[in-house]
Write a protein that binds this ligand. Structure first.
Ligand code: HEM
Length: 141
């Protein structure tokens, strides 16, 4: 991730913290409307799930320059994802829905610069998760 991206993510972290529940609720609404095939993946999810995702997004934003702090969180996400059979192909669906939710909830604060920074940051985290999930799937199969 480049310096500029990290700077933008850090600058937007407080806004994301204030609006994180709204962002994730909107994200799920968009995800399940636009990509209904993802609904089944969440069939056993608790009501806490949107909150967990919201907290993960904020934790990520506020630790973007010290990703070592996220190691434990990443392990938890990987095991939740492997349990529910999340695949690499699902990540672009969440990305699209999350970015649209950012635009809807943040409004004018979500400039194209902010949207691009979050797209890049999402890809970075998604690639870490996809890689670790691949390793986990190859161990169990
Ligand atoms: C960078 C992207 C993602 C992040 C940051 C993320 C974050 C999380 C977090 C924090 C949890 C809860 C872990 C726990 O404490 O148990 C979780 C679980 C889960 N995630 Fe993700 N996730 C991402 C991508 C995805 C994608 C692409 C899908 C599929 C469309 C997905 C579906 C799920 C499901 C089904 C669960 C388990 C829910 C349950 O049964 O309780 N996630 N994720």
């Amino acid at each position: 991730m480049n310096e500029k991206t990290i700077e933008i993510i850090k600058a937007t972290a407080p806004i994301v913290r204030d609006k994180k529940d709204e962002i994730t609720n909107t994200m799920y609404e968009i995800l399940f409307t636009k990509y209904p095939e993802t609904k089944i993946l969440f069939k056993d999810a608790t009501e806490e799930q949107p909150k967990k995702l919201a907290n993960a997004i904020y934790a990520y934003a506020s630790n973007i320059d010290k990703l070592d702090n996220l190691t434990k969180g990443i392990e938890t996400m990987v095991s939740a994802h492997v349990k529910t059979n999340i695949q690499a192909k699902h990540y672009p669906m969440v990305k699209d829905s999350l970015l649209q939710a950012f635009k809807e909830v943040l409004g004018e604060a979500c400039t194209s610069e902010v949207a691009n920074a979050w797209a890049e940051a999402y890809d970075f985290l998604a690639n870490v998760l996809i890689q670790k999930e691949k390793e986990a799937y190859s161990k169990v199969s």
